[in-house]
Design a binder for this molecule. Structure first.
Ligand SMILES: [Zn+2]
Length: 63
């Protein structure tokens, strides 16, 4: 009776130090400084959840 466990481990790359949603949005809109953008870019490499979040913010043009 441990079926729920399999669903809990779908995202092993999830990290606790995710940027704020506001920061991710600013990154998607290219409103951050180069240093800040770099930090988030490095985080996105490790965190697919945030990548998808940024993608959701930045899908107004350029498909
Ligand atoms: Zn993240």
């Amino acid at each position: 009776m441990e079926e729920l466990v399999s669903q809990a481990v779908q995202t092993p790359l999830e990290r606790a130090d995710c940027p704020l949603p506001e920061e991710l949005r600013a990154y998607a809109e290219e409103q951050l400084d180069a240093a800040q953008a770099l930090q988030i870019a490095e985080h996105l490499v490790l965190c697919q959840r945030c990548r998808r979040q940024v993608a959701a913010y930045g899908t107004s043009e350029s498909g």
